[in-house]
Write a protein that binds this ligand. Structure first.
Ligand code: XIL
Length: 433
């Protein structure tokens, strides 16, 4: 016999200005990585309403589009591009030349340098050509550097030397002259050896007249570790004459999440967004999945998760409001968790019963409380303990005693009462608030 009212933040905040509109007002495109099969229901609604750019999380990688040599599968990539066009969104193409998620026929083959070069040229001509005019920006080359700033040893580097980067950019420009061409990497958000190597590469490409329009800073970050030099680093690339995009932002925390970690995550998301807002050539800020139910983090970094701006039930987290605030939004975040009141009848006899109400909090807390309900069958409270209860007609209102108003995150408080009944004793719906 339980009557429960769950007090939670509503999953959608229709009155809040969508991130994409806040971004537009600041001259920023706000994006998310997506999984094509999920673009329906709440996931599709949020992806379409909140973001002005989509990046296929996996659908445009070589291993996805050409699993067997000469046999192509464009279904998911096409679907995402069509969804974006239907929602007035840009698409970031991701990614053409990488060491990972390549088809096994490619990685297991043994190729001469000339063959590799032709494979690279043909792949870029085929994929970029297919979507010509429909992709705002391509991550042409992904993750070319080691942490110390040397070139990563890959199929491409080992076969073609560092010239594979200029070759890929040139091929991409030929296939779609309108698309912005990027080099994208991780751990290049702050000023460090790796980002300096990227800086020097971009500088040299520009000096040689190789087409390069932007750099992507992936930004797979750890809670509390936004690099202090992020804005300075964005600015130095902008000063070279290229655009900058935050391409894969997520901020992971050790699980379980709690109120303090979610507050820190909000601050971190806000700091990253603010750094992009501060530099006019930072043109796009994309999260790598917008919901914790569609993030690569949990499976990639064991023990870590909760890295995105929406929880797994599509409720915006404090992180969402961190992005919104940095974009000039003025919304107030809802409580991050919930407190609930549960009514039960531990014992009942011929004309009387003992009732109990327990108030529990998870991800939220209370410093005082009031629980109300309306009896449906003439029940009458005679005595209460651990609360002050008043009854007027059928309406009951119970407030905390002086000593038990606090319900901590993860804690609970109970009060009890005796009451009379006759005929029937239905459980009322209780309201906490
Ligand atoms: C990740 C995807 O999100 C996962 O689903 C997949 O299993 C592995 O790749 N850097 C990148 C992205 O450039 O393509 C990666 O995406 C995350 C790291």
């Amino acid at each position: 016999m339980l009557g429960t009212l769950l007090l939670t933040a509503p999953a959608a905040h229709a009155a809040d200005t969508p991130l994409r509109d806040l971004g537009t007002a600041k001259g920023k495109v706000i994006g998310t990585a997506v999984t094509g099969a999920k673009l329906t229901g709440s996931y599709g609604d949020i992806a379409g309403a909140q973001f002005s750019s989509l990046t296929p999380g996996n659908a445009m990688k070589w291993g996805s589009v050409e699993p067997t040599r000469g046999s192509f599968n464009w279904a998911e990539a096409d679907q995402i591009v069509e969804f974006a066009e239907a929602h007035g969104q840009q698409v970031r193409g991701h990614t053409l030349v990488w060491h990972s998620q390549n088809p096994s026929w490619l990685t297991n083959g043994s190729w001469t340098s000339a063959q590799l070069g032709t494979l690279l040229d043909d792949h870029i001509a085929t994929e970029v050509g297919r979507y010509k005019g429909r992709i705002a920006a391509w991550d042409v080359v992904n993750e070319p550097f080691n942490e110390d700033g040397t070139y990563r040893s890959t199929l491409w580097y080992n076969g073609l030397g560092s010239g594979y980067i200029a070759r890929a950019l040139t091929a991409a420009r030929a296939a779609d002259p309108a698309a912005k061409l990027y080099i994208n990497d991780y751990n290049v958000e702050g000023v460090n050896a790796k980002s300096t190597a990227l800086y020097n590469l971009v500088k040299s490409l520009k000096e040689q007249g190789v087409p390069i329009d932007g750099v992507g800073l992936q930004a797979h970050l750890i809670l509390g570790q936004v690099p202090s030099t992020l804005q300075q680093n964005i600015q130095r690339f902008a000063d070279l004459g290229v655009d900058v995009a935050i391409t894969e932002l997520d901020i992971r925390m050790a699980l379980p999440a709690d109120t303090a970690k979610l507050a820190q995550q909000k601050a971190d998301y806000k700091a990253v967004t603010a750094a992009c807002v501060a530099v006019s050539r930072c043109v796009n800020l994309t999260v790598w999945g917008f919901t914790d139910s569609d993030s690569w983090v949990d499976s990639t970094f064991p023990g870590y998760g909760a890295a995105t701006p929406y929880d797994a039930n599509y409720a915006p987290k404090p992180a969402y409001y961190g992005i919104a605030e940095a974009l000039g939004g003025t919304t107030t975040p809802p409580p991050t968790g919930a407190c609930t009141a549960t009514y039960s009848v531990p014992s009942q006899w011929n004309t009387g019963f003992t009732g109990n109400v327990t108030i529990s909090c998870s991800g939220a807390s209370l410093s005082s409380w009031k629980v109300t309900w309306t009896y449906g069958a003439g029940q009458q409270i005679t005595q209460a303990w651990n609360a002050t209860c008043t009854q007027s007609g059928a309406a009951v209102s119970c407030v905390n005693a002086s000593y038990n108003g606090t319900v901590p995150d993860g804690g609970s408080v109970s009060f009890g009462f005796n009451a009379n009944w006759s005929g029937s004793n239905p459980v009322p719906t209780v309201t906490l608030g």
